[in-house]
Design a protein around this ligand. Structure first.
Ligand code: HEM
Length: 408
């Protein structure tokens, strides 16, 4: 179904082969740690805008988080500065990424009976073909529009430096140029698809955890106050001095993994695991949820407990990192450096100036929240309410001073 919908170019859907290798190499070059640190000003600017929006309309926090994460990716990839809440680039990208959320092993009969892909659109029961045609047109706009916009401005010398301008500069001359341009274009597009829902869902889970676990929240704020004080906002230079915040990042990834069953893969050869024969071509699903909720490694795995990663204020070497949330082996998420840094920026900045409380009923009593996630391959928290208020008047002033929102 992914192929029919026009997702064939997407690295995440690629089988292991020369196209995947070329895309992965190009992607890794743009998202390796040394390059990702160059994104910090963009990430921090969007997080400051997020803080301002949380001050204005805290009830829309789920939307604001998603918008901030999408804006970071569009700025990093295409140099696009998203201005409006309903920006057309964000809208197209959102609609495109929604279509991938519809996929899942065996969800469409055509995944089980590939011959159905030849059924014509008008055939009774071929609704999947009509939906696939709509997706193909949407995805073409999503991939081509921002790339062509940057390419045109790059050619006339007005482009904002970004990953796309770097990819354009690196295009080889000669016969390989067109092929490499196609690869680069797809790499740019996959950053939004791979990086927006995933990072935003995790950041939303963090808010849920804070509303459910007030003691964790207080401990995190005490760390921030002790290290940074209350006169400034945290930034990336504070990362090493805030181990509890970094532990919250890890615990958020572990507590509610947003791709709980990993991305399904096919075995490329006959294999055997633990006495089980796995024939070539089997669909293999890595159960990340189970790995990250192993009660031996993570006692009381359903609880949100960042302290499990720390011992005497240092990383506990006996606890397995929550990296399984990013997948495995050579297919491991190549955006994970950027993702953890975006999460650090959001978590440290939000906690430094806001208190997060559960919602209350009509008599003012707190309503108990539970983690409830959508039942999809990419699983985010179901909409929930909470109260987000500035920690003090001074915190509100600090937020307002942190960014010129008129240019946001
Ligand atoms: C907290 C946020 C994120 C989570 C939890 C996450 C998780 C994952 C997972 C589980 C996979 C599949 C790995 C496998 O097949 O074993 C994956 C693949 C991928 N992710 Fe992420 N991701 C996140 C953020 C990002 C970001 C920010 C980007 C881009 C900037 C990104 C780009 C990709 C790409 C391109 C792939 C496909 C890799 C391949 O097939 O070779 N991800 N991610």
């Amino acid at each position: 179904m992914a192929q029919l919908m026009g997702w064939g170019w997407n690295m995440i859907n690629q089988g292991y082969g020369s196209t995947w290798r070329a895309q992965r190499r190009t992607f890794n070059n743009q998202f390796r740690p040394a390059v990702v640190s160059g994104f910090h000003p963009i990430q921090m600017r969007q997080v400051r805008i997020l803080q301002n929006r949380l001050l204005d309309t805290p009830e829309d926090f789920l939307y604001h988080i998603r918008h901030a994460v999408g804006s970071i990716i569009l700025a990093v990839t295409y140099g696009i500065q998203v201005k409006e809440i309903n920006d057309p680039y964000i809208e197209t990208a959102e609609n495109a990424s929604k279509t991938i959320g519809q996929l899942g092993p065996g969800k469409y009969l055509v995944d089980v009976l590939p011959v159905l892909k030849y059924v014509p659109r008008w055939f009774p029961g071929a609704g999947f073909q009509r939906y696939a045609a709509y997706c193909r047109s949407l995805l073409s706009t999503f991939v081509e529009q921002p790339w062509n916009f940057v390419k045109d401005s790059w050619l006339d010398g007005t482009a904002v430096p970004c990953i796309t301008t770097k990819l354009l500069e690196e295009l080889p001359e000669g016969d390989e140029r067109a092929e490499q341009e196609q690869i680069s274009k797809h790499v740019a597009a996959v950053a939004y698809i791979g990086g927006t829902d995933t990072t935003a869902f995790n950041a939303q889970c963090f808010v849920l955890a804070m509303a459910m676990y007030p003691d964790v929240q207080k401990k995190a704020q005490a760390e921030i106050d002790a290290v940074i004080g209350r006169d400034r906002l945290p930034d990336f230079n504070d990362m090493d001095s805030l181990p509890f915040i970094s532990a919250i990042v890890k615990e958020t990834l572990r507590w509610q993994p947003v791709i709980p069953m990993g991305v399904p893969h096919y075995s490329t050869q006959d294999d055997e695991y633990d006495g089980f024969f796995i024939p070539k071509g089997s669909m293999v699903i890595g159960n990340s949820w189970s790995i990250l909720h192993d009660p031996v490694m993570y006692p009381e795995p359903e609880e949100f407990c960042p302290d499990r990663f720390l011992k005497d204020g240092e990383w506990n070497p006996h606890i397995r990192d929550s990296v399984a949330a990013f997948g495995y082996g050579r297919r491991i998420c190549p955006g994970h450096f950027m993702a953890t840094q975006t999460l650090f920026a959001i978590i440290s900045s939000v906690l430094s100036v806001f208190d997060i409380f559960p919602p209350t009923d009509e008599s003012g009593n707190p309503i108990m929240l539970r983690p409830a996630m959508s039942p999809a391959i990419l699983s985010g928290p179901l909409p929930f309410k909470c109260s987000i208020t500035p920690r003090s008047d001074a915190a509100a002033v600090l937020i307002r001073q942190s960014v010129d929102t008129s240019s946001s």
